[in-house]
Design a protein around this ligand. Structure first.
Ligand SMILES: [Zn+2]
Length: 222
Protein backbone atom coordinates (compact mmCIF):
# COMPACT_ATOMS: atom_id res chain seq x y z
CA UNK A 1 0.00 0.00 0.00
CA UNK A 2 2.39 2.61 -1.12
CA UNK A 3 0.91 5.60 -2.75
CA UNK A 4 3.68 8.00 -3.50
CA UNK A 5 2.43 11.23 -4.84
CA UNK A 6 4.43 12.25 -7.87
CA UNK A 7 6.59 15.17 -7.03
CA UNK A 8 6.36 17.82 -9.61
CA UNK A 9 9.73 19.27 -10.58
CA UNK A 10 10.15 22.64 -9.03
CA UNK A 11 10.66 25.20 -11.69
CA UNK A 12 12.09 28.44 -10.49
CA UNK A 13 10.68 31.59 -11.89
CA UNK A 14 13.07 32.77 -14.53
CA UNK A 15 15.02 35.91 -13.84
CA UNK A 16 13.55 37.28 -17.00
CA UNK A 17 16.72 37.85 -18.81
CA UNK A 18 16.63 39.34 -22.18
CA UNK A 19 15.07 42.68 -21.60
CA UNK A 20 15.66 44.92 -24.52
CA UNK A 21 19.15 46.23 -24.65
CA UNK A 22 19.70 49.66 -23.33
CA UNK A 23 19.23 52.29 -25.97
CA UNK A 24 22.61 53.44 -26.98
CA UNK A 25 22.52 56.92 -28.19
CA UNK A 26 25.25 57.71 -30.58
CA UNK A 27 26.67 60.45 -28.51
CA UNK A 28 30.29 61.06 -29.02
CA UNK A 29 30.93 63.52 -26.25
CA UNK A 30 34.29 62.26 -25.25
CA UNK A 31 35.22 64.42 -22.30
CA UNK A 32 34.29 64.11 -18.72
CA UNK A 33 36.38 61.10 -18.09
CA UNK A 34 36.18 60.02 -14.53
CA UNK A 35 39.42 60.40 -12.74
CA UNK A 36 39.78 56.80 -11.92
CA UNK A 37 42.94 56.45 -10.00
CA UNK A 38 43.44 52.93 -11.04
CA UNK A 39 44.91 51.40 -7.97
CA UNK A 40 45.63 48.15 -9.63
CA UNK A 41 43.00 46.13 -8.00
CA UNK A 42 41.41 43.47 -9.98
CA UNK A 43 38.50 42.61 -7.90
CA UNK A 44 37.98 38.93 -7.86
CA UNK A 45 34.37 38.75 -8.71
CA UNK A 46 32.59 35.55 -8.14
CA UNK A 47 31.40 35.95 -11.65
CA UNK A 48 29.94 32.67 -12.37
CA UNK A 49 27.57 33.52 -15.10
CA UNK A 50 25.03 31.08 -13.95
CA UNK A 51 22.50 30.77 -16.70
CA UNK A 52 18.94 30.70 -15.62
CA UNK A 53 17.73 27.22 -14.86
CA UNK A 54 16.83 25.53 -18.03
CA UNK A 55 13.24 24.58 -18.16
CA UNK A 56 13.65 20.88 -18.06
CA UNK A 57 11.20 18.29 -19.17
CA UNK A 58 7.84 19.94 -19.03
CA UNK A 59 5.98 17.17 -17.32
CA UNK A 60 2.77 18.81 -16.30
CA UNK A 61 1.09 21.31 -18.53
CA UNK A 62 1.62 24.21 -16.21
CA UNK A 63 -0.02 27.54 -16.57
CA UNK A 64 1.57 29.71 -19.19
CA UNK A 65 3.81 32.33 -17.70
CA UNK A 66 1.71 35.38 -17.33
CA UNK A 67 3.54 38.11 -19.10
CA UNK A 68 3.31 41.26 -17.09
CA UNK A 69 1.78 43.98 -19.19
CA UNK A 70 4.20 46.80 -19.84
CA UNK A 71 3.64 49.83 -17.69
CA UNK A 72 2.42 52.67 -19.76
CA UNK A 73 4.82 55.54 -19.92
CA UNK A 74 7.75 53.65 -18.49
CA UNK A 75 10.92 55.00 -20.09
CA UNK A 76 12.47 51.58 -20.37
CA UNK A 77 11.34 48.05 -19.93
CA UNK A 78 11.59 46.47 -16.52
CA UNK A 79 15.16 45.38 -16.92
CA UNK A 80 16.28 42.80 -14.44
CA UNK A 81 19.86 41.84 -14.83
CA UNK A 82 20.41 38.19 -15.58
CA UNK A 83 22.89 35.97 -13.94
CA UNK A 84 24.29 35.62 -10.49
CA UNK A 85 25.18 38.66 -8.45
CA UNK A 86 27.20 38.49 -5.31
CA UNK A 87 26.18 40.23 -3.19
CA UNK A 88 22.80 40.42 -4.85
CA UNK A 89 21.58 44.02 -4.82
CA UNK A 90 18.19 43.15 -6.25
CA UNK A 91 16.54 42.62 -2.89
CA UNK A 92 16.50 46.40 -2.52
CA UNK A 93 14.89 46.88 -5.92
CA UNK A 94 11.40 46.89 -4.53
CA UNK A 95 10.12 50.45 -4.64
CA UNK A 96 7.21 51.56 -6.75
CA UNK A 97 8.81 53.95 -9.23
CA UNK A 98 5.61 55.95 -9.40
CA UNK A 99 5.94 56.74 -5.70
CA UNK A 100 9.29 58.48 -6.02
CA UNK A 101 9.34 62.25 -6.31
CA UNK A 102 12.43 63.64 -7.95
CA UNK A 103 13.96 66.71 -6.35
CA UNK A 104 14.93 68.31 -9.65
CA UNK A 105 13.46 68.14 -13.15
CA UNK A 106 14.53 65.44 -15.55
CA UNK A 107 14.60 67.97 -18.37
CA UNK A 108 17.73 67.70 -20.48
CA UNK A 109 18.51 64.11 -19.59
CA UNK A 110 19.14 61.77 -22.50
CA UNK A 111 17.56 58.35 -22.93
CA UNK A 112 20.21 56.24 -21.19
CA UNK A 113 20.21 58.58 -18.19
CA UNK A 114 16.42 58.41 -18.02
CA UNK A 115 16.62 54.63 -18.13
CA UNK A 116 19.14 54.64 -15.30
CA UNK A 117 16.93 57.00 -13.34
CA UNK A 118 14.02 54.64 -13.78
CA UNK A 119 16.17 51.97 -12.19
CA UNK A 120 17.07 54.35 -9.36
CA UNK A 121 13.39 54.90 -8.68
CA UNK A 122 12.98 51.16 -8.27
CA UNK A 123 15.55 51.32 -5.50
CA UNK A 124 13.62 54.17 -3.89
CA UNK A 125 16.12 56.84 -4.93
CA UNK A 126 15.26 60.31 -6.21
CA UNK A 127 17.07 62.53 -8.66
CA UNK A 128 18.96 65.36 -6.94
CA UNK A 129 20.91 66.52 -9.97
CA UNK A 130 20.28 65.80 -13.62
CA UNK A 131 21.22 68.06 -16.47
CA UNK A 132 23.57 70.82 -15.36
CA UNK A 133 26.00 72.75 -17.51
CA UNK A 134 28.98 72.59 -15.23
CA UNK A 135 32.47 71.24 -14.89
CA UNK A 136 33.61 68.36 -12.77
CA UNK A 137 34.27 69.89 -9.37
CA UNK A 138 37.82 71.11 -9.07
CA UNK A 139 38.56 70.77 -12.78
CA UNK A 140 37.95 72.63 -16.01
CA UNK A 141 36.52 69.55 -17.68
CA UNK A 142 32.83 69.31 -18.38
CA UNK A 143 30.86 66.97 -16.21
CA UNK A 144 28.65 64.36 -17.83
CA UNK A 145 25.82 66.32 -16.23
CA UNK A 146 26.51 68.96 -18.86
CA UNK A 147 25.66 66.55 -21.66
CA UNK A 148 22.55 65.08 -20.06
CA UNK A 149 24.33 61.82 -19.46
CA UNK A 150 24.94 62.03 -15.73
CA UNK A 151 22.58 61.57 -12.80
CA UNK A 152 22.91 61.99 -9.04
CA UNK A 153 20.42 60.01 -6.97
CA UNK A 154 19.94 59.37 -3.26
CA UNK A 155 17.60 58.67 -0.42
CA UNK A 156 19.73 60.03 2.40
CA UNK A 157 22.81 61.96 3.36
CA UNK A 158 25.10 59.01 3.81
CA UNK A 159 25.40 55.65 2.10
CA UNK A 160 22.24 53.61 2.59
CA UNK A 161 21.36 50.03 1.77
CA UNK A 162 19.50 51.38 -1.25
CA UNK A 163 22.26 53.64 -2.56
CA UNK A 164 24.82 50.90 -2.14
CA UNK A 165 22.57 48.35 -3.80
CA UNK A 166 21.79 50.65 -6.71
CA UNK A 167 25.48 51.48 -7.20
CA UNK A 168 26.29 47.80 -7.22
CA UNK A 169 23.41 47.03 -9.57
CA UNK A 170 24.54 49.67 -12.03
CA UNK A 171 28.13 48.51 -11.77
CA UNK A 172 27.06 45.02 -12.69
CA UNK A 173 24.91 46.40 -15.49
CA UNK A 174 27.98 48.16 -16.85
CA UNK A 175 30.01 45.00 -16.53
CA UNK A 176 27.40 43.19 -18.61
CA UNK A 177 27.22 45.97 -21.17
CA UNK A 178 23.69 46.91 -20.17
CA UNK A 179 21.87 50.18 -19.61
CA UNK A 180 24.63 52.18 -21.24
CA UNK A 181 26.50 52.56 -17.96
CA UNK A 182 29.83 54.36 -18.37
CA UNK A 183 30.87 54.63 -14.74
CA UNK A 184 29.46 54.65 -11.24
CA UNK A 185 30.75 56.62 -8.25
CA UNK A 186 29.59 56.04 -4.67
CA UNK A 187 30.99 55.85 -1.19
CA UNK A 188 34.64 56.66 -2.04
CA UNK A 189 34.62 54.17 -4.91
CA UNK A 190 34.39 54.27 -8.68
CA UNK A 191 33.69 51.51 -11.17
CA UNK A 192 34.27 52.06 -14.86
CA UNK A 193 34.87 50.05 -17.97
CA UNK A 194 36.04 47.79 -19.19
CA UNK A 195 36.40 45.75 -16.04
CA UNK A 196 33.97 47.66 -13.82
CA UNK A 197 35.78 46.63 -10.67
CA UNK A 198 35.37 48.95 -7.71
CA UNK A 199 38.42 51.13 -7.19
CA UNK A 200 39.17 53.87 -4.66
CA UNK A 201 37.82 57.25 -5.73
CA UNK A 202 39.59 60.44 -4.82
CA UNK A 203 37.65 63.52 -5.73
CA UNK A 204 39.45 66.34 -7.39
CA UNK A 205 37.08 68.83 -5.86
CA UNK A 206 37.17 68.35 -2.13
CA UNK A 207 36.72 66.01 0.70
CA UNK A 208 33.18 66.55 1.86
CA UNK A 209 30.37 64.04 1.79
CA UNK A 210 29.19 65.21 -1.61
CA UNK A 211 32.59 65.19 -3.29
CA UNK A 212 33.30 61.80 -1.81
CA UNK A 213 29.90 60.70 -3.10
CA UNK A 214 28.85 59.46 0.31
CA UNK A 215 25.49 61.20 0.12
CA UNK A 216 24.55 60.21 -3.42
CA UNK A 217 25.31 57.86 -6.28
CA UNK A 218 26.59 59.36 -9.54
CA UNK A 219 26.12 57.38 -12.72
CA UNK A 220 27.42 58.42 -16.12
CA UNK A 221 26.10 56.91 -19.32
CA UNK A 222 27.39 56.46 -22.82
ZN1 LIG B 1 26.99 63.64 -10.47
Amino acid sequence: MTTIAPVAPVSLPPLSAGGPAAPSSSCCCGSAGASAQAVAGTEALGAKGAPEPAAAAPSAPSAPTAAAPPVAGAPVADTKLPGAMSPDPRKFRTADPASIKDQVPTKGLKAPALGGLDEAHRFGLRLIEGYADRNIAGTNRKSDHASGLGIDVTNGNRPTDQTKAYAEYMRQAGKQGLLGVKYVIHNDQIASGPDFAWKPYHSSGGNDATQRHLDHVHVSFN
